[in-house]
Design a binder for this molecule. Sequence first.
Ligand SMILES: Cc1ncc(COP(=O)(O)O)c(C=O)c1O
Length: 389
Amino acid sequence: MTPEQFRDRFPLLKKRVYVNSCSQGALSRDVEEAIRAYLESWHEHGSPWEHWVGEVERLRARFAASIGADTDEIAVMPSASAGINAVASALDFTGPRSQVVVGDFEFPTMAQIWLAQERRGATIRRATPPAAAPDTLPLASYEAAIDERTLIVPATHVCFRNGHRTDIAGLARLAHQRGAYVLLDDYQRTGSGPIDVHALGVDFMVTGCLKYLIAAAGIGFLYVRRDLIERFEPTITGWFGRVNPFAFRIDALDWPAAASRFESGTPPVVNAYAALAALDLLDRVGYEAIGRVVERVGGRFASGAREAGFHVRTPADVNRRGPLVVVQSVDAPALVERLAARGIIASCRGNGLRVAFHAYNTDADADAVLGALKAEAALVEQADVAHRR
Ligand SMILES: Cc1ncc(COP(=O)(O)O)c(C=O)c1O
């Protein structure tokens, strides 16, 4: 399927310029039909749980293949937060390694879950950007923070606030040299290009289906590296974390030799239907092809914004950015509203205007957003102003 055919599957894109996949992916006909198919199966069969659980298993395999993992390295989760909590609950903070190194670019849920572990003995150390480049988080920032007391380094791949992309493979090498685990939060990137989780070398990864995986809320994934799975017994658990949930045992806790041991309750079936359809659609375009469009359109927008003199917070280096480009505004909520009045759906965090690209975006979308920003230039911070600050 070509990117043009892919774009055609999204009715919204005929009416609006949609650059908000960092918040929510657009709704495709395919996902809509899958949700309808779920409802039909419910109407028709009442309680076809065997079939529904089978669909969740199909999703597990489908997602695993999409990130280069094995099926049994994947836990199906109701959210990224649930995945992070399951990992945190499995760790012991009472030994010589009790430190969690949290970078400044983490999504709040990541920081908060580790802060909550302080009551269990964890200590938090921050990895902070260099003063001269506050929108970057180089490996040197982690080098200064990770030591022989570090147990785990949770790290976002792409920052939700400024679009900075961390060198995760480098971070995994560094953390492993110093004996620490790495938990990748790939939510702001999964679906926007190829990923090979084994090659990245991380120990755990969480992501969800809301954004570039173009499905619904209420479903995500946890990847656990095969050789780690049997080392961990999460204390946040439940019947779906068992060898056979339908054994209905209340006298013992058994642990499957698979990442499903990190699951807990009944899986979110309707969301699994949506996610399967979305993964099918993305597969038909192909992640390499998706990545090429995202890189080209995002690059066109970012360099156009720089040429216009705007303060672009996302790094220019293609290896240090993902699908999200952030332009600093003097009043981003007002700018988002002005863009909406021009038929452009974007979002902001603080005064950062977030312009996010997927394979359904085009060069014309990038140019439309640029044109609108030039028309609303009074609301956009200029690079030279930022430089003088
Ligand atoms: C980078 C990142 N991590 C985690 C989350 C939260 O995911 P969930 O609500 O599924 O826990 C988000 C949501 O916006 C995010 O952008």
